[in-house]
Design a protein. Structure first.
Length: 451
């Protein structure tokens, strides 16, 4: 996104009383930087970096690292392969040409990394006072002493993952869910959508991803995440630009044709190939409720072409296990459940509800490709009820739907889950943890699809 556009949007959505907000609200067309000095002496008492780092977009040769800041900051990451970072390299936020100085979120992309390799890192930022293009001062520096680590994806990575979903900023459920993830300590976590509710401000987004009201605020500082958006991650003015908080994947992972598919992933972790798909909104683009503000339909079609090619990549095609993830289920055994293609307003007389409980359009577009490629398991979410759908004549893959944020103990299947997968003794063992009871509520074992 262009810087100007970012600032304009920030002005609309920012809840804080930052200088940027005041200036842009007065006249968004004027240069922000002519009118005011960025940074205020009053805010200098406040810590510049006010969150733990979040490892975004688990990948073979790159890693996204983001953190929250309280003032104009030029952030960076120092990383290396030695635990004391004596071989450390400094990488500034943003991409080429200029850094991504920002007063809300710092996003650093590490690229050119080695696959399946352990890296150590720490984060820091310069506090910037910016009067105009020639009058800029560094008024302080904050470098966190804590050294974190992560291991990149690749064939040599440990085959061990967790899936969480529908956390919905429901802190009690989220806290217990994350505590289980930290206990399991997988190689990566797939966040399978609906992290959000309806987020109108950057502050609200930061509360979810950087400053959640849970015990383990370092939840993603040493464990990288893969993010599969849910319908709620699209909703609210701020969520229309969720990439300000959770960066898109590296462009070199995909073809030029797929330049805008920044949320899809095809990642190898040890013996598993993971595919990430985005089912989009759970209402039709034609539903008047959302006033033509969503275009999920062509997005789903574009992902079909991406998926077809992604499944042919050698490291994906050769994996002993193929697991796909998307937020809205691609199958439902109940004939009266809304399949998301009831044009134009999501209702008819034969189905319940007015939004997609499952996604028949995506199932038609992607399901046959997943079958053909030998996908064994599809991990979905959205319905807030844990369920396993066995393969049948319509699809060869098993579907496991993770539960929702309900911590009351009422209603069968209504509880949060952590779906853990690990290859043990040549088998992929899936263990579903019931986060309400603290007990295991299901296990499934898969054999190597390559025989
Ligand atoms: Fe949800
Ligand atoms: Fe959902």
């Amino acid at each position: 996104m262009k810087r100007r556009e970012f600032l304009r949007n920030a002005a609309i959505v920012a809840a804080s009383s930052s200088i940027a907000t005041k200036v842009m609200a007065a006249d968004p067309s004027k240069s922000l930087l002519k009118e005011e000095t960025l940074s205020s002496s009053a805010s200098r008492e406040v810590s510049l970096i006010d969150s733990e780092p979040v490892l975004q977009n688990y990948a073979t040769t790159s890693m996204g690292i983001a953190f929250s800041v309280t003032d104009w900051a030029n952030g960076y990451v120092i990383y290396g392969e030695k635990p004391d970072l004596s071989d450390g390299r400094k990488v500034w936020c943003g991409g080429y040409r200029m850094t991504a100085m920002d007063n809300e979120v710092v996003q650093v992309r590490l690229t050119g990394l080695k696959p399946s390799t352990l890296y150590y890192y720490k984060v820091g930022a310069d506090r910037i006072e910016y009067k105009d293009g020639y009058h800029i001062r560094i008024t302080g520096n904050e470098e966190k002493p804590q050294i974190y680590s992560f291991r990149t994806a690749g064939k040599g990575a440990r085959t061990h993952f967790c899936v969480i979903n529908d956390t919905h900023a429901s802190w009690k459920a989220f806290n217990s869910t994350i505590n289980k993830v930290m206990e399991v300590h997988p190689s990566c976590v797939i966040w399978n959508g609906d992290a959000c509710n309806t987020e109108e401000t950057i502050a609200a987004q930061k509360r979810i991803f950087f400053k959640p009201e849970i015990e383990r605020k370092d939840y993603a500082a040493n464990i990288p995440y893969l993010f599969c958006p849910g319908n709620h991650d699209n909703r609210g003015l701020a969520n229309r630009h969720l990439e300000r908080i959770w960066m898109y994947r590296q462009p070199e992972e995909r073809q030029a044709r797929d330049w805008d598919l920044g949320r899809n992933f095809a990642v190898r972790m040890g013996d598993i190939a993971f595919i990430g798909l985005d089912t989009g909104e759970d209402k039709l683009d034609t539903n008047p409720k959302f006033c033509n503000l969503f275009v999920s339909e062509p997005y789903r079609v574009a992902q079909q072409a991406w998926l077809r090619d992604a499944l042919k990549q050698p490291e994906i095609a050769s994996a002993p296990y193929l697991v796909a993830c998307c937020h809205i289920p691609l199958f439902d055994p109940r004939p009266d459940v809304n399949p998301g293609d009831l044009y134009p307003t999501d209702v008819d007389n034969e189905h319940k509800g007015n939004f997609a409980e499952w996604q028949r359009t995506c199932a038609k577009l992607w399901g046959p490709l997943l079958d053909e490629a030998g996908c064994q398991l599809l991990l979905t979410a959205h319905q807030h009820v844990y369920r396993i759908d066995l393969p049948d004549e319509k699809h060869k893959w098993m579907q496991i739907i993770g539960g929702g944020p309900n911590m009351t103990g009422k209603d069968k299947g209504h509880f949060p889950t952590v779906i853990e997968g690990e290859v043990k003794d040549g088998k992929l063992v899936i263990t579903i943890h019931n986060i309400y009871t603290g007990r295991v509520c299901g296990t499934v074992t898969f054999s190597n699809r390559r025989g």
